[in-house]
Unconditional design. Structure first.
Length: 181
């Protein structure tokens, strides 16, 4: 069914053609224009017919309208009320710069960077047969080891998140905010 491929286009063409046909009829057929005016006048007369309407009916109709307006205004204003700590998205931990974002489930997109060259750090978590697991943060650009912590990389990330969370709760994070603020 090829006609169904462009329903919007066919509707548009139909509307334009309909308008053209109506204009031609109004222009060429005698009496068509006054008739149309009369039809519109009667329709308007019907719509603006005055009937006694109790006030409570207006009040009843106003409730959903007010509710919609209140919800719309609330939805519009909500993004402005982001928590103050949302500007805290960078800090120094374990000899590295950590940056992150806030989502509905808390901190995400956590990544570490080199304090000297701003390169994104890579990690290696050694899984030695004996002894604890170790995670090393390495800057490939500076060819140096930035830090070494116990546990795997997931544990290190969780540790950083816990520390960020602690600094937010205690208000310590304010010291790490950019100086421009
Ligand atoms: Zn570096």
């Amino acid at each position: 069914m090829p006609k169904e491929k462009h329903p919007i286009l066919y509707n548009l063409i139909g509307t334009v053609l309909g308008g053209l046909v109506l204009s031609c009829v109004l222009y060429f057929v005698p009496g068509a224009y006054p008739l149309l005016v009369r039809v519109i006048k009667s329709a308007w007369g019907f719509l603006s017919w005055r009937i006694p309407t109790p006030l409570w009916l207006f009040a009843l109709l106003a409730i959903p309208t007010i509710a919609i307006v209140v919800i719309a205004v609330a939805a519009f204003l909500t993004p402005a009320h982001v928590p103050e700590f949302y500007s805290y998205t960078e800090d120094r931990l374990f000899n590295a710069i950590w940056r992150w974002q806030y989502g509905s489930s808390g901190i995400w997109d956590l990544a570490s960077f080199c304090q000297s060259c701003e390169s994104r750090l890579v990690y290696s978590d050694s899984r030695a047969l004996y002894g604890p697991k170790l995670t090393k943060l390495i800057c490939e650009h500076c060819s140096r080891e930035i830090s070494e912590t116990e546990g795997d990389y997931d544990y290190l990330e969780a540790r950083v998140k816990r520390e960020i969370d602690r600094r937010i709760r205690t208000g310590e994070y304010e010291r790490s905010l950019p100086a421009s603020k």
